[in-house]
Structure formats: structure tokens, C-alpha cells
Design a protein around this ligand. Structure first.
Ligand SMILES: *Cc1c(COP(=O)(O)O)cnc(C)c1O
Ligand SMILES: [Zn+2]
Length: 425
């Protein structure tokens, strides 16, 4: 939109947009692909500015993602933010879940369902829309698999900015209602997420959408940086330690790459310690949409797009934009990827709920089911500390388990009926 560096970026350590493909550099504007090679652009930082950040500075910050503002591209001015102040979600010890899978080392659930719109997307949207406002955009938009829709509509409502959100028409009602309630335009598209995304890629080029920031299209580099806070936070919550193993759900694969980037930064600038032997990153997909895991299993760099099916709709991106980089991070760190089918996902949602009190959406079911598979196949070491990311809330995908759980008894309201039903032993 504008070609000047946004005011919000002037107090940030961000230096340039850098092409992940060829390394070409661009100013910090609204651009997501390289003119030279069409590769995706990523925010690059001034190493010296990052190195000046201290633990004390972060610990003195607010109890949300903005405590990491010195490591983000959006600057340090709270009044410039478009945000619901997400973050600092619970890191829940899960020894009973660990025992079910034969994991003896500490096992943690990073429960990001505790964010304001109940998924990790509030992190990426707060960073993307703060950057967007700094760049002069006056309308907010996205292409969504569900949770992003909630978050963009809610952020726009809080900021009093018009929004237009694009979703596949077959989305869960629990994600349609929880978006529509915030007002704003909500466009159901007859097609898959990949169709929705393609449409948004065309709209963003039109004059009518010149004023519009699509969080995961034209301001995607800033959006992606918001995911780093899920890496910073886990390290800080562990006492400034990087865990030995992390298991992360993948849609575009971006979150996985950014957690790894966050760990790398923290170690480079001396804020956190890496475990002896480094950390290992594991990726989780569903059997209905597993293009990244399939490429890893086939030992190839070529990710073949799929047409997604199955209940884990928030992860149903058939043509994952960051898939190649997720493969790179998993291979480099000695991790692995696997996938789970719908029955395994339902079972894992119940198992997680039963053993930790955390009710996850289908994406969390995918991740816990894949954790079990990784232990069973020997890819994940049950003797090493592991953090599993739950990125969304079970109430938004109730249908996934509504048919398989319910009251265990039904009685008339009398002691005799309770006795007959076996409630008194
Ligand atoms: C969007 C989303 C993800 C993954 O996001 P990517 O960065 O695209 O891989 C994971 N879990 C949930 C619940 C999501 O909504
Ligand atoms: Zn390039």
C-alpha cells in the first residue's frame, strides 16, 4: 500500500523482508512473494538489535504476547496495536497422559485454547493487523479454515475497523457462528480452503481491495512472525529452557517453522539454553490432509497437493505454503511427522480430556494421536521432555465427539432409582 516503513516498525528489530527462496531483500512493506523467484518473504532482523534484548526486559512486560515485542516486527507502542492481548496461555503438566503412552519424562500440553477467541490464531492476527494498521490499511480480511475467521472478525470488532472474512461453505457451525457474531462481512465460498485462498489472492490485486490487509496473503510475513511467540513462551515457562521435543499440528506448516525459528533466535541471542543434543521438532497432520508428512515419508522435497477430507478442518490446507520449510526444520532437527485418521482423532480428544482436563478441538486430537504414534514407532523418545501444542478449543468442534460421548446414566430423581442404576455401588 505505502512504500514507507510503517511507524510501528521503527522501534522494532525488524530490518527487511527476505526471500526464503533466493535471499533477495525488500523493505518492510505489504508484500509476501519475491519478484525474482516468487518465493515467500520472511521478516529478517537486525542481529545486534535482537542481541540487546534481555530476560529482565521481557519478564517486566505485560502478561501477553506483547512481552515479546522487542523480538517482533511490530514495534513497542501499545497505542499502535490492533489486539485482543492474547498469549501467556497455560503450560499444563500431563503426567497421566504420559503414563498412558509410556512416556516417563515430563510431558506438557501448551494449551492455546485459552486465547481470547480460543485458538493460537489470535497471536498471528494481533501481529499481522498491528503491522497492517501501521502500513495504512483500513479494512481487514483473511482466507480461513475456521479459527482465523474468528480471530480476524473479533480483532476488527475491537478496533472498530471493517472486516471481510472468507471461509469454505462447509465449515463447522461452531466456527461460522463464532465468527458471524462479531459482525463484519462473512463470505462462505463454495469450495475448499485452497479455493478460498486462491480467490483472496486474486481479490487482493484488485483496486477495490487496495485498502484491505488479508492477514495471510499480503501481510503474511508479519502474520507468520506472531507464531514465534508460541516458541518464546514455552521456553520462558520452562525457566528459559528449550524442550527436547515438540509436537506441532500443521496446516500450512508455518507454525512449526516459526516455533523452530523462535528457539533458534533465543539460543543465538543467549536468552535460553538449548538441550544437550539440540531440540527435535515433530509435525502432525490428519490422514485426510497429509501432503507434508507424505513427502517426508517418501523421502522427497516435492509436496504433492491433495484435496482435503476428514474432521480436522482447521488443518485442511491441501497445498501448504510453508510445507517445504516444515520438512527442512523436521529433517534438520532429527524429528519426524505422522498423521492420524478420524477415529484416532476422536479417541485422542477424549484421552486428552480424560487425563488432563483439556478439551481440544480436532487439531489437538490430531496432535495427541500423532504423539502416540511417534512413541509407538520409536521416532519420539519417551525418556525426553516433550511439549505438545494444543492450538484450539473443543467447544468449536463439538460434533467431532458429540456422537460418541454423553450421559453415562439416566435416572428418575429418587434414591431408589439411583440405587437401581447402580450409583450406590
Ligand atoms: C491454523 C491452525 C494451525 C496450523 O497453522 P499453520 O501455521 O498454517 O500450520 C494449527 N491448529 C489450529 C487449531 C489452527 O487453527
Ligand atoms: Zn526470491
Amino acid at each position: 500500500m505505502t512504500s514507507t516503513i510503517p511507524a510501528t516498525a521503527r522501534t522494532s528489530p525488524a530490518r527487511a523482508l527476505i526471500c526464503r527462496g533466493c535471499g533477495a531483500e525488500y523493505p518492510l512493506i505489504a508484500q509476501h512473494a519475491c519478484y525474482e523467484c516468487f518465493g515467500p518473504l520472511e521478516v529478517g532482523y537486525d542481529a545486534a538489535a535482537l542481541a540487546r534484548v534481555t530476560r529482565a526486559e521481557i519478564e517486566a512486560g505485560p502478561a501477553n504476547i506483547w512481552r515479546y515485542a522487542p523480538l517482533l516486527p511490530t514495534g513497542q507502542d501499545p497505542s499502535a496495536r490492533v489486539t485482543l492481548d492474547p498469549g501467556l496461555t497455560p503450560l499444563v503438566a500431563a503426567p497421566r497422559l504420559g503414563a498412558e503412552f509410556g512416556i516417563d519424562a515430563p510431558l506438557w500440553i501448551k494449551d492455546d485454547s485459552a486465547n481470547p477467541t480460543h485458538s493460537f490464531k489470535d497471536r498471528v492476527v494481533s501481529v499481522a493487523l498491528t503491522a497492517a494498521r501501521g502500513l495504512g490499511f483500513t479494512r481487514f480480511a483473511c482466507a480461513s479454515t475456521g479459527n482465523l475467521a474468528n480471530s480476524v472478525a473479533a480483532h476488527a470488532a475491537r478496533a472498530g475497523v471493517p472486516s471481510v472474512v472468507f471461509i469454505p461453505a462447509d465449515l463447522e457451525s461452531g466456527k461460522v457462528v463464532t465468527t458471524a457474531v462479531y459482525g463484519g462481512e462473512l463470505v462462505a465460498v463454495d469450495g475448499s480452503y485452497d479455493d478460498v485462498n486462491r480467490l483472496c489472492g486474486e481479490l487482493v490485486e484488485t483496486d477495490e481491495f487496495e485498502d484491505t490487509a488479508f492477514v495471510n496473503v499480503n501481510v503474511r510475513p508479519y502474520y507468520a512472525e506472531g507464531s514465534k511467540t508460541l516458541g518464546y513462551e514455552v521456553a520462558e515457562q520452562l525457566g528459559w529452557r528449550i524442550p527436547e521435543q515438540v509436537v506441532i499440528p500443521m496446516a500450512s506448516g508455518e507454525l512449526l517453522t516459526k516455533v523452530d525459528k523462535a528457539f533458534t533466535e533465543l539460543v543465538e541471542i543467549g536468552l535460553a539454553e538449548a538441550p544437550a543434543g539440540g531440540w527435535r521438532v515433530f509435525g502432525a497432520q490428519s490422514a485426510g490432509c497429509n501432503p507434508i508428512a507424505t513427502a517426508l515419508h517418501a523421502g522427497t522435497d516435492v509436496i504433492t497437493p491433495v484435496r482435503p477430507t476428514g474432521i480436522a478442518k482447521s488443518l485442511n490446507i491441501g497445498d501448504p505454503a510453508a510445507g517445504a520449510y516444515a520438512l527442512e526444520a523436521v529433517r534438520r532437527t532429527g524429528g519426524w511427522m505422522d498423521f492420524a485418521d478420524d477415529d484416532e482423532i476422536r479417541d485422542a480428544i477424549r484421552r486428552l480430556a480424560r487425563t488432563t482436563g483439556v478439551f481440544a478441538e480436532t487439531a489437538g486430537g490430531v496432535t495427541v494421536a500423532v504423539l502416540a504414534k511417534l512413541v509407538a514407532s520409536g521416532r519420539l523418545d519417551p525418556a525426553r521432555e516433550t511439549v505438545v501444542y494444543n492450538t484450539g478449543e473443543g467447544l468449536k468442534t463439538l460434533d467431532a465427539v458429540a456422537g460418541v460421548v454423553g450421559p453415562t446414566h439416566r435416572v428418575r430423581p429418587s434414591l431408589r432409582a439411583a440405587r437401581e442404576a447402580g450409583l450406590l455401588g
